[in-house]
Design a protein around this ligand. Structure first.
Ligand code: FAD
Length: 479
């Protein structure tokens, strides 16, 4: 570790030996991390963009004023204090896997607080509560819980997503129908507020703060954990055809499965659709025998390939699942969009036909795309709509789309995805909300779309705890 104070003394000492006090953002931030030069990076550094800014979505290249790597909550608070003092916006970064680079603040000149070193992971062997730092990636979380007593909790499918950002949006995954969202197992948080104080929040203590983690720097989490499932069946079904009608038939049959009110909660699935292939990737948290009684295969026509693997290790199962999720690039020009589908807005067969017709024939701007249908509902719908900030407590599935390319995403690709959504929504986008975990940079009225009926309360909390919108992005709830 290079002590900045030594360097600064050398640079700024007067002939008399009296050091000058520097009064600027850089000096303040350097003090905030106790003068450890590696923990404070600024645009003047040669490799600032590649090593520190690390754009995920190359369409959105905002340049921060600094990227900070604090060691603990206290240093996070000091960084926040400096940013406020010098009138800079602040955003935390956990995994850096937000589709619109929210961690960079959505504009130039923000202070980015990278939480990679807030990566504690402990499991109390009596209460089975996990203490988790937000800087962990999902892979560390899953492996850490496994090593500490074979515990687990519901979470998303990408190993590189950060715990901090995942808990900010909710955390939906294959076990969500059985156990809810990651955020539903959250019991307590330790946060740094915009006034640079540190607070603890839970259902009983600072309950508004607990409801609204999006407006604070989440420094530590206490999460309930569950015993790992002992039997899991991994299933992968592939429907590939040059004939759009076959793809449409498969998707319609899958909609019948998704809308089935008797579908067991211990079934989770994600499926992706490209021009010629519909692929279902899922897990049944039970025995092979129970799985067979569901007769999924009999309900899904036109299958061209399948892989069904009973597993007794959750880690093995998840490695399989994550392998397909890991194929997402570390950086690319990308355009993403999402919509939330409820029992009242399930598309009719004719609507599904129109959607498939569009994606199998329309100009994709040569970028290529994929549409992902993630089956949810079940336990996640047991929580009241106003119980947590995540408002979608009447979910059947989410549809998200991604297009990635080497250069700036073309207008044609963006418009084609927008049109596909309109088709699936039967040209009634006003009936649909959107999951904040898959944000869209063109979304109009974004706050209402992401937070639905919880927006009014979130605004109130934001006004109380962050009235100057210090923790800011273009689409966050404003005071
Ligand atoms: C390939 C891929 C697959 C995905 N799959 C799923 C899935 O299966 N299920 C699902 O629910 N979501 C999924 N997501 C969405 C993902 O959960 C969100 O993008 C999430 O917000 C990313 O978190 P991050 O920490 O990696 O991102 P970051 O870019 O670091 O953070 C995202 C936002 O959260 C804020 N934030 C992060 N940490 C903190 C903190 N400690 N305190 C305050 N604010 C914080 C940041 O400031 C930023 O605004 C996926 C994303 C990708 C890229």
């Amino acid at each position: 570790m290079v002590q900045l104070s030594n360097l600064l003394l050398g640079t700024f000492a007067l002939a008399s030996g009296t050091p000058l006090t520097r009064n600027d953002l850089k000096a303040c931030l350097e003090d905030a991390i106790s003068g450890d030069a590696d923990r404070a990076q600024f645009p003047a550094e040669k490799s600032f963009i590649t090593n520190d800014v690390k754009y995920f979505n190359l369409n959105l290249k905002h340049q921060p004023a600094a990227v900070m790597y604090p060691e603990n909550q206290e240093q996070v608070a000091e960084v926040v204090k400096c940013a406020a003092k010098y009138d800079k916006k602040v955003q935390a970064r956990a995994g850096g896997r937000d589709f619109i680079n929210k961690c960079l603040g959505g504009a130039d000149d923000a202070v980015v607080v990278d939480l990679k070193d807030l990566n504690a992971l402990e499991v109390n062997q009596r209460s089975w509560m996990a203490t988790v730092g937000p800087g962990n990636k999902l892979r560390n979380l899953i492996e850490g819980l496994n090593k500490n007593g074979k515990r687990f909790l519901p979470h998303g499918v990408s190993p590189t997503v950060g715990v901090g950002g995942h808990l900010m949006v909710g955390g939906l995954g294959l076990a969500t129908r059985q156990h809810g969202l990651s955020i539903d197992l959250l019991e307590q948080i330790e946060v740094v507020l915009a006034n640079d104080t540190i607070a603890i929040a839970s259902e009983k203590r600072n309950s508004d703060l607990f409801f609204a983690p999006p407006y604070v720097e989440l420094a530590q989490l206490e999460l309930k954990t569950l015993p790992e499932p002992k039997e899991i069946v991994l299933f992968q079904y592939n429907f590939t055809s040059e004939n759009p009608t076959d793809i449409s038939e498969a998707l319609k049959a899958y909609h019948q499965v998704m809308r089935d009110a008797n579908l067991p909660r211990n079934l989770g699935a994600s499926s992706s659709l490209t021009r010629r292939t519909f692929f279902i990737n899922g897990g049944f948290f039970g025995s092979d025998v129970e799985y067979k009684t569901l007769n999924l295969e009999g309900r899904l026509p036109k299958m061209t390939a399948k892989r069904v693997v009973p597993r007794t290790s959750y880690i093995d199962f998840f490695n399989d699942i994550m392998q397909s999720a890991s194929s997402f690039p570390d950086a690319a020009n990308m355009y993403n969009k999402d919509t939330v589908v409820t029992p009242g807005t399930m598309p009719a067969n004719s609507t599904i036909d129109a959607f498939v017709d569009h994606i199998t024939t329309a100009d994709d701007g040569e970028a290529g795309w994929s549409f992902v249908f993630d089956l949810y509902g079940g336990a996640s719908n047991d929580v009241a709509k106003g119980g947590k900030a995540f408002p979608h407590r009447d979910l059947i599935y989410t549809l998200s789309a991604a297009t990635t390319s080497d250069g700036q995403t073309s207008k044609a690709a963006e418009e084609s995805i927008d049109t596909a959504f309109l088709k699936l929504q039967g040209n009634r986008p006003d009936r649909y909300l959107s999951y904040v975990g898959v944000p869209n940079y063109k979304l109009k009225n974004a706050q209402a779309m992401y937070w639905g009926s919880n927006l009014a309360r979130l605004r109130k909390i934001k006004s109380q705890y962050d009235p100057s919108d210090l923790f800011s992005t273009p689409q966050n709830v404003k005071p």
